[in-house]
Ligand binder design. Structure first.
Ligand code: PLI
Length: 458
């Protein structure tokens, strides 16, 4: 049969105009922003690929759900809808709503980690690791080595290296490991999935030692979709069934609902253990709000309950990941180095290789993101040394193997034509890469420095 194209399973009902700026305007904007794309004003951005977090377009059903917001302080109807959705689609027993993912990370870290503990995980995430450290723990990366190599095409680069994990348990003892942190997908590795085979093995190993698994389920539907596509034995399974199987292998989860679940704000902690739930429910009232809203308005919980159902729909997730693949394949065909396989939520440019004339202390990925904005008004995000921060013990920069710029695709927001414009801008910047001279820090905050640091051109 002849090749048949696919298209998004929706049509556009409302549009938001975007502004196209001149190069002169962009030069001023990026200088004012200290060459940090987080400090740009969105009005100065043409195509915003900073993040897929909170940037989704909601469906008409979700917008209708907003009108059903029950803004009672306690016991809002929408909380019970959300609880039902979490139990139905993810299978976790108890729900503690939070305003976004990092609040759930704060609660679980404070409840489970004590000073001196070790938390193994399949590569770090910035906020997750920081909350583990603030609770007195140390994160240790146990992801497979392939994950640190952008060119390695391992189909499941988020897999855990079981030898690394078991050696760590033997070295420190299970009593110093409160849980293993498992993310679906792994953001910092380039949006890479974990296989169910590997997760089953991690489950068996941790059960042997009586260690919990806490699941960062921020992009679990995307991970499940890739399992369906790539993992032997899953082609005929529903994405929703795969999502349930992943969640069933873990003891609890933190969720940034601003990604997979198609809402602009929201998150939660979900756990199966009754006693842990009781403690978490008590803690959420200190930091977030009552346990039936936890920092979300009733209407936000309704939109989230609906979004969770939409997120596991096969046609939705196929188009969502398909759009990222469309962009990634275009850039690969231009001969530009990116993380392979292409990620599910974004295309990760290999800045280290693209700007091989810059040493790592010249912050190649930060400089590349600034150059891309200057060329076209496309906003991307650094995922390299600036994001990795400093070693809390000796204060040195953490230099990760991966020095990347993430072109993150918001869900249901941009068209194929926008992706073409982005790819062409990446190509122009690549052709003119020798003009990029690198950056240096001129201001650096203490925590999560990538958000607020300022830089100057070298
Ligand atoms: O941004 P929050 O607080 O809702 O969620 C934090 C968070 C936790 N885990 C993972 C894997 C994330 O990707 C994540 C947030 N990510 C952001 C903001 C991003 O731009 O990727």
């Amino acid at each position: 049969m002849k090749h048949r194209s696919w298209a998004e399973p929706y049509k556009i009902k409302m549009v938001e105009p975007v502004r196209i700026t001149s190069r002169f305007e962009r030069e001023k904007a990026i200088e004012d922003a200290g060459y940090n794309t987080f400090l740009l004003k969105s009005a100065d951005v043409y195509i915003d690929l900073l993040t897929d977090s909170g940037t989704s377009a909601m469906s008409d059903r979700q917008w209708a759900g907003l009108m059903l917001g029950d803004e009672s302080y306690a016991g809002s109807k929408n909380f019970y809808h959300l609880e039902e959705a979490v139990q139905k689609y993810y299978g976790y027993k108890h729900l503690v709503p939070t305003h976004q993912g990092r609040a759930a990370e704060h609660i679980i870290s404070q409840l489970l980690i004590k000073k001196g503990d070790i938390i193994p995980g399949n590569m770090y995430f910035t906020t997750t690791k920081l909350h583990q450290e603030l609770a007195g723990g140390t994160f240790v990366d146990v992801i497979i080595d392939e994950a640190h190599d952008p060119e390695n095409e391992h189909p499941f680069k988020a897999n855990v290296d079981l030898n690394k994990l078991e050696n760590l348990i033997k070295k420190y003892g299970a009593e110093r490991i409160p849980y293993v942190s498992i993310a679906t997908t792994v953001n910092m590795a380039g949006g890479q999935p974990i296989s169910l085979e590997n997760l089953h093995e991690v489950r068996s190993l941790t059960q042997k030692y009586g260690i919990k698994i806490i699941h960062d389920m921020t992009r679990v539907a995307e991970n499940a979709y890739i399992i369906k596509e790539r993992e032997p034995g899953y082609a005929d399974r529903e994405v929703s069934e795969i999502v349930r199987e992943i969640c069933n292998l873990t003891d609890g989860a933190t969720m940034s609902a601003k990604k997979d679940a198609l809402v602009n704000i929201g998150g939660f902690l979900a756990v199966n253990d009754d006693e842990l739930f009781d403690r978490a429910r008590n803690m959420v009232v200190i930091y977030e709000g009552l346990h039936t809203y936890g920092g979300m308005a009733g209407r936000d919980m309704e939109a989230l309950a609906i979004g969770i159902g939409e997120s596991v729909d096969y046609n939705h997730i196929k188009a969502r990941v398909g759009q990222v693949y469309y962009l990634g394949e275009k850039i690969i065909n231009m001969g530009i180095p990116i993380v392979k396989p292409i990620g599910t939520h974004g295309v990760f440019l290999n800045a280290k290789k693209m700007l091989s004339h810059l040493s790592k202390d010249k912050l190649p990925a930060q400089a590349l993101a600034a150059a891309l904005y200057l060329d076209s008004g496309v906003r991307a995000m650094e995922r390299g040394v600036v994001s990795a921060g400093r070693n809390p013990e000796n204060g040195d920069h953490n230099y990760p193997e991966l020095e990347l710029v993430r072109l993150t695709v918001p869900r249901r927001v941009y068209t194929q034509a926008h992706m073409d414009v982005v790819a062409e801008s990446v190509e122009v910047v690549y052709e003119e890469r020798n003009k990029i001279t690198g950056l240096k820090f001129v201001y650096e905050p203490r925590y999560l420095r990538f958000f607020q640091s300022r830089f100057e051109i070298l």
